[in-house]
Ligand binder design. Structure first.
Ligand SMILES: [Zn+2]
Length: 118
């Protein structure tokens, strides 16, 4: 990826302007989200708090510009504390014997997500 050399960038969330967002703004928003997720990924081990902050910003930008995240991306972080959910590191897989489903537990805030895996 292009962002390999990027260590830290200052990204600010722009203020709310009009309700109808032009296409180019949406594109920039998508690009910012991309960068933020990459940075979150990169800072995950060394600086978890910064990593969470990046996810938070990415989500804010997404909301503001109506940028939809892919299903995979949506599942990649905790909706409550914005922590990237990595199995064996920040998340744990548990089997729910009663309902016979797999649960993914965020080890940061203990939120449990139901994972449908086939
Ligand atoms: Zn969490």
């Amino acid at each position: 990826m292009l962002w390999e050399h990027v260590t830290r960038v200052q990204i600010t969330v722009p203020p709310i302007m009009r309700t109808q967002k032009p296409e180019w703004q949406k594109r920039i928003a998508e690009e910012r989200i991309e960068i933020l997720f990459h940075l979150a990924e990169k800072n995950f081990l060394k600086n978890p708090d910064r990593s969470r902050r990046y996810i938070e910003l990415a989500r804010k930008i997404g909301l503001r510009y109506n940028v939809r995240m892919s299903r995979e991306r949506k599942k990649s972080f905790c909706k409550k504390c914005n922590m990237l959910l990595k199995k064996g590191k920040s998340a744990k897989l548990e089997v729910d014997k009663k309902y016979r489903t797999i649960l993914l537990k965020c080890l940061n805030c203990n939120t449990v997500y139901r994972v449908y895996e086939k």
